[in-house]
Design a protein around this ligand. Structure first.
Ligand code: ATP
Length: 290
């Protein structure tokens, strides 16, 4: 894998510049120049089957930053990501992505989406998989050199040069996930939506992938929205959206979350916010939950 600068120092430096907050109860800060929003949601509600999975979400995701979408299994992270990339039905409210309504056809080439299940062809090699998707993105003989350069770069990005000629079906789970990520990187998307990209990876690979995410954000100006239910990954993000049961509990930097909740870790801050939300719900009038 490419040799990336230490992620955490870079995170802390950039996190310090993201000091405003939309967590309920916190004083609003007013930066001189409001940061651009890559994603803006208002009243975002989604029903799946007979359940309301997202419940009136209001949030923004900043351009050029890494935003972690964290919360327990089943809280609605994948559903929210599907809404953002335009593959989720029954989405109500307002959801603007890169200045367009989510799902707008012009967004297709501007967003890279990596689902939890790797979407690769097992009977093709790593390079053949990437060649195939590159041919869709950059068709024709005129783009031959561009295809080759882009495929080489994507393979290098995810540290699979030594497996470029291996069949995808013979790779480990983590390696197949990285092929999926390489596919998403081919078109140099402005927004990368990554659904639990580090699940099942060993600590060294997880660190290397997070360094890659920071490199992509810093060098290419890409906005990354990365879901995880592993709270220690929270510290690697510039900003966090903490979710629980279809609601956003906090939208802030890791540092501000720890500070405001007077905790040593984001995980403890999250648990405090969960307890506070449960206490509020216990005192609120009964509402029907579908
Ligand atoms: N196809 C579906 N039909 C009906 N309900 C669904 C469907 N897919 C997911 N759900 C429900 O939507 C809720 C949110 O699921 P979602 O996959 O968005 O959660 P998640 O936070 O991504 O979970 P995980 O971390 O386990 O991937 C869950 O209660 C789930 O049961």
């Amino acid at each position: 894998m490419m040799n990336y600068p230490a992620g955490e120092a870079a995170d802390q430096a950039t996190a310090r510049s993201d000091t405003d907050s939309t967590t309920p109860g916190s004083p609003p800060a007013h930066p001189a120049v409001p940061p651009a929003a890559a994603i803006a949601a208002q009243g975002l509600t989604t029903v799946r089957g007979d359940r309301t999975v997202l419940r009136g979400l209001d949030f923004t995701v900043r351009a050029g930053r890494i935003t972690g979408l964290l919360g327990p299994s089943g809280c609605g992270k994948t559903t929210l990501m599907r809404a953002i990339v335009g593959t989720q039905a029954k989405v109500d409210g307002t959801l603007q992505v890169l200045g367009h309504p989510a799902g707008d056809p012009t967004l297709r080439s501007r967003i890279g989406y990596v689902t939890q299940a790797p979407s690769v062809y097992d009977d093709l090699t790593v390079r053949q998989n990437l060649d195939y998707f590159a041919a869709v993105l950059f068709p024709g003989r005129a783009h031959r050199q561009e295809r080759r350069t882009t495929v080489d770069r994507a393979i290098d990005d995810v540290d699979l040069a030594s497996h470029a000629d291996s069949l995808a079906g013979r790779l480990s789970g983590g390696q197949r996930s990285r092929v999926s990520l390489a596919v998403a990187l081919l078109g140099t998307p402005e927004l990368l939506v990554l659904d639990e990209p580090t699940v099942g990876l060993d600590p060294v690979l997880r660190r290397d992938l997070w360094n890659l995410f920071h490199q992509i954000a810093a060098d290419r100006g890409t906005t990354l929205l990365v879901s995880s239910h592993v709270m220690d990954e929270a510290e690697r993000c510039h900003r966090l959206l903490l979710m629980r049961e279809g609601e956003i509990l906090a939208d802030d930097t890791p540092e501000a979350l720890r500070h405001r909740n007077d905790t040593a870790t984001v995980e403890e801050a999250f648990l405090r916010l969960v307890d506070a939300a449960a206490a509020r719900a216990a005192h609120a009038p009964e509402e029907p939950r579908s």
